[in-house]
Design a protein around this ligand. Structure first.
Ligand code: AMP
Length: 208
C-alpha cells in the first residue's frame, strides 16, 4: 500500500497509521515525527525547523521535500509506505508525484480523516504522547498504557498554537483534498468516532 494520510492536525492520522503499522508492518513516514527527532537531537535541520514548529507554522517546502525524497530511497519503502503529515502544500504534492513517478511507485490512495475543527481543539489540548514509544494518549493517561513510559504534552499542543495550525491547515493543506479528488485517489472517512471504529472504516476504504 502506497498511501497519503490527509486531515487536520489531531484528526487521528498518527493513531490510524500506528494501527496500520501494527497490523501490516508498512513503514510509517511522519514528517512531524522526523522533525521532532531532529529537534531533540539538535541537528542543523532541527535547529532550522524548531521556531516554525513552535509557532505552528509550516517548515519551508525545500527542507521538508528533501527529507521525504531521501526517506523514500530507503529500501523498506519498496513494500509500501504510509505518508503522514506530508504533503501539506501544493508544492509538496507536486514534488511527491514527481518523486513517485521517478521511483515507479504510484500512490494507491489519499485517505482523508475528516474531523470538525472544534473537536480538534479539544482533542489536541488534551493530547499526551509517550516519550519512549510515541504512543498517542490523553491527559487521563498518567503513564503510557503501551510501554509504561512517561507521557508529555507537545509544545505545539497549546490552544493558541493549535488554532494557528488549524488556520494553516485550511489555507495551505485543505486544497490538497481537491487535488487528490481530481487524481481520483481521494477516499474520505468520518474521524469523529472511536479510533477502533474509524480503523475498520480505514481498512474498508483501502480495501485491506
Ligand atoms: P505534525 O506532527 O504532523 O502535526 O507536525 C508538527 C509540525 O511539524 C507542523 O506544525 C509543522 O511545523 C512541521 N511539519 C510537519 N510536516 C510538515 C510538512 N509536510 N511541511 C511543513 N511543515 C511540516
Amino acid at each position: 500500500m502506497n498511501i497519503v494520510l490527509l486531515g487536520a492536525p489531531g484528526a487521528g492520522k498518527g493513531t490510524q497509521a500506528a494501527k496500520l503499522v501494527d497490523e501490516f508492518g508498512t513503514p510509517h513516514i511522519s514528517t512531524g515525527d522526523m522533525l521532532r527527532a531532529a529537534v531533540k537531537e539538535g541537528t542543523p535541520l532541527g535547529k532550522k525547523a524548531k521556531s516554525y514548529m513552535d509557532a505552528g507554522d509550516l517548515v519551508p517546502d525545500d527542507v521538508i521535500i528533501g527529507l521525504v525524497e531521501e526517506r523514500l530511497q530507503d529500501p523498506d519503502t519498496e513494500k509500501g509506505f504510509i505518508l503522514d503529515g506530508f504533503p501539506r502544500t501544493s508544492a509538496q504534492a507536486v514534488a511527491l508525484d514527481a518523486e513517485l513517478s521517478k521511483l515507479e511507485r504510484p500512490l494507491d490512495a489519499a485517505l482523508l480523516i475528516d474531523v470538525d475543527p472544534e473537536v480538534i481543539v479539544k482533542r489536541l489540548t488534551s493530547r499526551r504522547m509517550c516519550k519512549d514509544c510515541g504512543y498517542i494518549g490523553t491527559a487521563a493517561d498518567k503513564t503510557c498504557p503501551k510501554c509504561g513510559g512517561e507521557m508529555y504534552q507537545r509544545d505545539d499542543d497549546n490552544e493558541a498554537t493549535v488554532r494557528n495550525r488549524l488556520d494553516v491547515y485550511e489555507k495551505s493543506t485543505a486544497p490538497l483534498i481537491d487535488y487528490y479528488r481530481g487524481c481520483d485517489l481521494l477516499v474520505s472517512i468520518d474521524g469523529d468516532r472511536d479510533p477502533n471504529v474509524v480503523y475498520e472504516d480505514v481498512k474498508q476504504a483501502l480495501s485491506l
